[in-house]
Design a protein around this ligand. Structure first.
Ligand code: F0G
Length: 462
């Protein structure tokens, strides 16, 4: 039996009409898009779960803030409002706005990474991995074993494997590890949380070997909610205290604010030590790539919306509804016997597509097959988080074999209702029930050298 849906702590004031298409029209659309979900038009998607990034619905307070945005080139009041809010929540000495998460990576990573260096993470997300490689270094994933087994229900499947982390450091030499990155929640492992205890263990190892520790903070608020729910010590703590404790363990953070800060565009870098010489390097890189350091590629109005969104994102009633929506959808999948990275993570279920299409090998991209079938079935746009997304080895050019072949349902914040969630579950069940009819997967007919999944062309294998 599906669990009860947690009601929305808001009501709808503005609506965005959706286009209704037939299956035949969708089949034409996806063929025209070369079977790449990123090449569909937004209006061709009835329910758009391509990403939860920048697709969130802002509140009336945020929209009112847009009007108050101060567009001064330097020293805008919206900048100070944003910095004050971020310092209050994260407890860091320096906050640098940038236009989105990958801009934070581009500005910060080259200050630690270069040729011959390694960066180790509980799991890099695609753009984060790309920025490690672009800086000349090599990324190493070090997720705990539980995180690799979707069917295994365990707490904190996003954790770093701390024993393995120390082994890698010894193997490569501490002087060659440019940085350790803790991704909270662990997006590629299915939005799985990292425990406060794991963060403490990782911080202790970094301290022991003198290695810089950075948090990739895109979904830090959802992570904090899981910590409160599942970590005994934190059950009575306010979300803000959990955030503070987590961040106090790292040296810097990079953040895509397009997720838990509930805006459409924005990001930042945080530096804990207000005296750190790193700050001057960040400002210099920011001026070169993003714009003057008091706006960092953002409009004043964006900074204003961010300052408000930071607080809305850690509101406990909101987080209870947000995670409740995921748990409701997951319980419908449980009823149908569909395997996903369980328990469900913070931004949506990651469906184990290899279980639905066991006869389709990794290099025919089962995660992509499921995404395409869901689109044809109900106009739901999801994406592959598997071998198709992982791409080729940067040194050998060989197709990499992902740990899991997931299809991700990334659910935007405050956007879809319970009936949309039911359509997601119904479509997935229908596609699963006729999975045997799909005999083969897809081949890539063209791909760019890096981050290929955004642009590649695919064709069904006959
Ligand atoms: N880090 C994580 C963990 C992310 O999930 C993302 C983006 C980024 C960094 C980069 O941030 O997009 O603002 O430049 N993830 C999106 C996603 C795109 O769909 O999961 P960005």
């Amino acid at each position: 039996m599906a669990i009860k849906y947690v009601p929305e702590p808001f009501r709808i004031k503005v609506v965005e009409p959706l286009k209704m298409m037939t299956r035949a029209e969708r089949e034409q659309a996806i063929a025209r898009a070369s079977y790449n979900m990123f090449r569909l038009k937004g209006e061709e998607c009835y329910i758009d779960l391509l990403t939860d990034s920048g697709t969130n619905a802002m509140s009336q307070e945020q929209w009112a803030g847009i009007m108050r945005g101060d567009e001064a080139y330097a020293g805008a009041s919206s900048y100070f409002k944003f910095v004050e809010a971020a310092q209050d929540i994260f407890g860091y000495g320096y906050i640098q706005p940038v236009h989105q998460g990958r801009a934070a990576e581009k500005v910060l990573f080259p200050t630690f990474l270069s040729e011959g260096k390694f960066a180790i993470s509980n799991m890099f997300f695609d753009t984060t991995r790309a920025h490690v490689i672009l800086a000349g270094a090599r990324p190493i994933d070090c997720c705990c074993e539980e995180g690799k087994n979707p069917a295994l229900r365990a707490k904190f499947k996003g954790n770093m494997d701390v024993e393995r982390l120390e082994e890698i450091i010894k193997e490569k030499g501490a002087e060659n590890i440019g940085m350790v990155v803790m991704t909270i929640t662990n997006n590629s492992a299915g939005g799985q949380p990292v425990s406060l205890q794991n963060m403490r263990d990782v911080a202790a190892i970094c301290k022991k070997y003198g290695i810089h520790l950075n948090i990739d903070a895109a979904r830090y608020a959802e992570n904090a909610y899981f910590v409160k729910r599942d970590e005994q010590e934190c059950q009575d703590w306010p979300i803000k205290r959990i955030v503070r404790e987590m961040f106090a363990l790292a040296d810097t953070f990079t953040m895509s604010a397009k997720k838990d800060t509930i805006v459409n565009m924005g990001g930042c870098i945080g530096v804990k030590d207000p005296e750190s010489p790193l700050i001057l390097k960040i400002k210099a890189n920011c001026i070169s790539f993003e714009g003057f350091y008091t706006y960092g590629g953002l409009n004043g109005r964006d900074l204003e919306a961010l300052a408000i969104g930071l607080y809305e994102g850690i509101d406990e009633d909101y987080l209870r509804y947000r995670i409740g929506q995921m748990e409701y959808l997951a319980s419908r999948l449980d009823d149908a016997g569909i395997i996903y990275q369980a328990p469900v993570g913070g931004h949506g279920p990651f469906i184990d597509a290899a279980k639905i299409y066991p006869h389709i090998p990794y290099n025919e991209f089962p995660g992509q097959v499921l995404a395409i079938e869901l689109y044809k079935e109900a106009g739901i746009r999801t994406c592959d988080i598997g071998s198709y997304m992982l791409g080729n080895d940067p040194d050998t050019g060989e197709q990499l074999h992902a740990e899991n072949e997931f299809t991700r349902f990334a659910i935007p914040r405050r956007v879809y209702t319970q009936s949309h969630i039911d359509i997601m579950a119904d479509a997935l069940i229908a596609v699963r029930d006729r999975a045997k009819e799909i005999k083969r997967g897809y081949k890539i007919t063209w791909e760019p050298p890096i981050l290929r999944h955004f642009q590649a062309s695919l064709a069904p294998i006959e």
